[in-house]
Design a protein around this ligand. Sequence first.
Ligand code: A3P
Ligand code: MG
Ligand code: MG
Ligand code: MG
Length: 407
Amino acid sequence: MASITAVARLVHINPSSKLNPSLVSATKPLFTFFSLKSSYSPIVSSSAASLTSSRAMSYDKQLIAAKKAASLASLLCQNVQKGLLQSDVQSKSDKSPVTVADYGSQVLVSFVLQQELPSQAFSLVAEEDSGDLRKEDSQETLQRITKLVNDTIASDGSYKVSPLSESDVLTIIDCGTSEGGSNGQHWVLDPIDGTKGFLRGDQYAIALGLLDEGKVVLGVLACPNLPLESINNKNQNALTKSSSGCLFYAQLSCGTYMESLSGSPPVKVHVSDTENPEEASFFESYEAAHSSHSLSGSIANKLGVKAPPVRIDSQAKYGALSRGDGAIYLRFPNKGYREKIWDHAAGYIVVAEAGGVASDASGKPLDFSKGRYLDLDTGIIVTNRKLMPAVLKAVQDSLKEQALPSL
Ligand SMILES: Nc1ncnc2c1ncn2[C@@H]1O[C@H](COP(=O)(O)O)[C@@H](OP(=O)(O)O)[C@H]1O
Ligand SMILES: [Mg+2]
Ligand SMILES: [Mg+2]
Ligand SMILES: [Mg+2]
């Protein structure tokens, strides 16, 4: 096991950092308490119960660190997406795709959080693990990830650390194996949510949330391909224009804000306030295998929704809903599919703090305190508070009809 060299060190922020300027100024000066020598070892909590937490506390420091981590990961993902190679993509044991950018993003987020918050115990529930990368035929992929991560850290210039080795990279990826739960604080990370969208050149998100005592208390959603302007169903051309991308962030009781990934001033966002389902447009997954399009079609009919659905990948749907581009997001996976907390934690608080609400099909709020999986009834409904009762009824009626044997 690699050893930590604990050295207090002042990190000088390089003024030429490529990150959003508001993040850079907010983070200097900063002490970190470990330096990376030849090998890397994470600061891992020995027990979740040892983490201190308080419901009344502010999460400002964590929010600054989370924004910086997601922004740096976005840079890596944007660079990879521009020149994606066939060899950059692998298939996981469940046959889902994973790319060098998924791994690279996970390493960067974990690295930045630990650099920025050195005095806090660190627990991370993240999607990826190093299992496949430790296999012999993954050597080249691991080298490519390591180079991507080191190049991104060097080009940003905020951290004066020796380059990470391949072994450091594997160790940092495996910082994400926490089980989460209802005690203490846990970061929740989807390093690329919407990998299929990422591969198509469409929408994806770097989604980072923080749980405190089982509740999501902050969330950051970086959506590098999402335009700042609305993508409602009247303006879907916006999706094809090049964009610098959006960063959504929310902290408990502080509202939801959006800024561009290139650093425009933040604006407070709010969900649509429509009470009329006929005026509401809805989002669903681009991938029909991830959510039943026919069920959401039947729900939309019951509600009298006129506009066709906007189908996009990833938690960009939560971001778009939080600023009112559409008013309803419906997600109904196949029976037996278990939703993971990293697919929803950041999006959940981004919508909730913008005045929206998310529940399962029985109307129960999503519960992030049960470990790596969400324990829920049938599907996920996200909308504004005024529409929720009508949407819930339409969902429950459609589910009952679906359960009836056809004549
Ligand atoms: N059969 C399935 N049903 C529902 N969700 C699925 C699924 N297979 C994969 N997913 C999840 O859907 C996420 C993408 O969401 P969306 O459909 O909104 O774009 C994927 O995240 P990753 O891309 O991080 O693996 C994955 O976790
Ligand atoms: Mg995945
Ligand atoms: Mg995901
Ligand atoms: Mg993912």
